[in-house]
Design a protein around this ligand. Structure first.
Ligand code: TXA
Ligand code: MG
Length: 354
């Protein structure tokens, strides 16, 4: 298949937006940008398009998709009821990086939900995404636009690496500003439960729903029960190199990483950390920044991007700086724990906060 790469810089490029929106409506596959990560979109009501999404990604068919919408009228056509708490979250956080799980109407194909009675819905805030979805006039099913098992892509170049030749269109746009996937909250259980942590934090959600809770497997790496969200049970987001994450006081993290670099002199090493740590590392290693350390958004924005760069450089080992499990730190550590296959070490004897 020849993939058409189409540059859309903003929501005012009407002709191009119409072109990709009508392709989506007609059952074609279109990768589009969102504020979290790029999505591999297809018409959420079209069986063939849904089947093709799973094929293009190499994704197991029991892992359900998120339907992306541009307005609340469309939500009513897809879900049986909108609980009061969901209405409050929608008012406060949509459009934005928050996915909500509802009981689905029968119009939603089994193939979109992996046969579940529930459906995940999200209204992205990215302006180009919004314009495409509005014009498509159908719900757009879109998993992250990576091959299964690779980190979610946050730039067009990373999408092209995985999906050139496997989809009809790739929209070439800016880097995703959040950099990790949306927060997923199940609104069909009482109290509502966070199935995947993200930019909309536990604290944000709690300010609206005081009793909101976590699926414990998303925050406790030692909890081996089956995650409530099908997608969380797969080994995700993992680079090819062995990856180790260290959390704790910055000085301890820096010293530990330096010690590990010296123990592994025969290996090609990458360090992914904040500038506070990187500036002290004189050894000849690939250094990739998670920002100054003052704003966790810099870390989430650069995390998957850097894991991909490390992979592209064929490094043998990646040492990462981790973060306290507070606010956006929870979502970042959820991804880092997976990328590190659980090799997360807390330094200084301090308990890993959450
Ligand atoms: O930020 C995002 O959410 C991105 C962008 C493209 O919007 N999309 C994304 O999709 O991350 P995906 O398919 O990679 O992740 C969807 C997650 C999976 O973990 C899946 O298991 C879960 O949502 N999910 C979908 N429907 C569900 C349902 N009915 N019940 C429980 N979990 C569900
Ligand atoms: Mg994904």
């Amino acid at each position: 298949m020849i993939t058409k790469i189409i540059k859309i810089e903003n929501e005012f490029e009407r002709e191009k937006i119409k072109e990709v929106a009508s392709a989506l409506r007609d059952g074609k596959l279109v990768v589009f940008p969102t504020e979290t990560v790029y999505g591999l979109g297809g018409n959420g009501l079209n069986e063939d398009a849904l089947k093709n999404i799973y094929v293009a990604k190499g994704r197991p068919s029991d892992n359900p998709l998120i339907l992306h919408i541009a307005d609340l009228d469309m939500l009513d056509t897809l879900v049986r009821d909108i609980p009061k708490d969901a209405k409050l979250l929608i008012d406060k956080f949509w459009p934005g990086p928050l996915t909500l799980i509802f009981n689905r109407k029968s119009i939603v194909p089994d193939r979109a939900t992996g046969g579940l009675d529930t459906v995940a819905i999200r209204m992205p805030s990215d302006k180009v995404a919004h314009a495409i979805l509005k014009e498509a006039k159908v719900p757009v099913a879109a998993p992250s636009a990576n091959l299964s098992g690779k980190p979610s892509p946050t730039s067009t170049a990373h999408v092209i690496e995985d999906l050139d030749g496997r989809v009809d269109y790739i929209v070439d746009s800016t880097r995703s500003f959040v950099g990790i996937e949306s927060t997923v909250v199940d609104m069909t259980v009482n109290p509502p439960m966070i199935l995947r942590p993200g930019y909309i934090t536990y604290e944000d959600l709690k300010s609206v729903i005081p009793d909101v809770c976590y699926d414990n497997t998303t925050i406790d790496k030692d909890d081996k029960s089956v995650p409530k969200s099908p997608g969380q049970k797969y080994r995700h987001y993992a680079p090819s190199a062995n990856c180790y994450t260290y959390v704790g006081d910055v000085n301890l993290v820096r010293d530990k990483i330096k010690e590990e670099i010296n123990k592994n002199k025969d290996k090609k090493i990458c360090v992914i950390a904040t500038d506070r740590v990187l500036k002290e590392i004189e050894e000849d290693v690939l250094k990739l920044s998670l920002g100054s350390g003052e704003d966790l958004l810099d870390a989430s924005h650069n995390l998957f991007y850097n894991l991909r760069v490390a992979d592209d450089n064929d490094v043998d080992i990646i040492f990462c700086e981790g973060f306290e499990q507070v606010g956006l730190g929870v979502g970042i550590m959820n991804r880092l724990t997976k990328a590190s296959s659980g090799n997360v070490t807390v330094l200084g004897g301090k308990k890993w906060e959450n």
